[in-house]
Design a protein around this ligand. Structure first.
Ligand SMILES: [Zn+2]
Length: 206
């Protein structure tokens, strides 16, 4: 039997699929290539309704997960992704957050186990191409779940030997700067959440 052309993209949280790979998922889905999105966590550590921050009173982890997984399903429909696979791990939160210590947080799950589950999906779909973040979680982002998504992907690729190619996403620093300028020009208020100058992939690593 001929092996179906398949692209598998591995992400940490609901919404990450758009931030760095929305374009390729939409394009290759459109071209009739089978697309598989693996989302590792439920995104519990995102902002709640009304902008309530994780750890603050009124932040409901379970409700945030339900909302973000709902948004993910809509996103996947827009992008034309054929298969959405949820690993269902708990969001570890940003580096240094209290949530990092949760024993069920994705970054704390033994690599053998999480990489094993991803390897099973590679066995099932047999993708020729797999895409995930670089070893810094994507241009120096450093989020523990993004770094972990990279680690389990590399481990699963090595274990199965199935994909012909493994790509890491890169967003040039200049593009990130430009994106924030455009958002600001369009009235988006970031408060104190502006990215630092070294966020993004340095031009020397293209
Ligand atoms: Zn993320």
């Amino acid at each position: 039997m001929e092996r179906q052309l398949t692209l598998m993209v591995v992400h940490a949280h609901p919404d990450d699929e758009c931030l760095s790979t929305g374009g390729i998922l939409a394009r290759y889905s459109e071209e009739g290539i089978r697309t598989v999105l693996v989302t590792c966590t439920n995104g519990e550590q995102g902002d709640g309704a009304g902008g309530v921050k994780p750890g603050d009173p009124g932040h409901d982890d379970a409700a945030v997960a339900v909302q973000r997984l709902g948004e993910l399903r809509e996103s996947v429909a827009h992008l034309g992704v054929e298969h959405l696979e949820l690993l269902g791990y708990r969001d570890s939160g940003m580096e240094g957050w209290e949530a990092n210590a949760h024993p069920e947080a994705f970054a704390n799950v033994p690599l053998e186990e999480s990489a094993g589950r991803l390897a099973e999906l590679m066995e099932r779909y047999r993708p020729q191409v797999v895409v995930t973040y670089d070893e810094t979680g994507g241009g120096g982002y450093g989020h523990p779940d993004h770094v972990r998504a990279h680690d389990i992907t590399v481990a699963a690729v090595e274990r199965t030997g199935i994909p012909d190619k493994l790509y890491h996403t890169a967003i040039p620093r200049a593009a990130i700067k430009r994106m924030f300028e455009l958002m600001r020009a369009n009235g988006v208020d970031f408060g104190d959440e502006l990215p630092s100058d070294d966020f993004g992939t340095p031009p020397t690593r293209r």
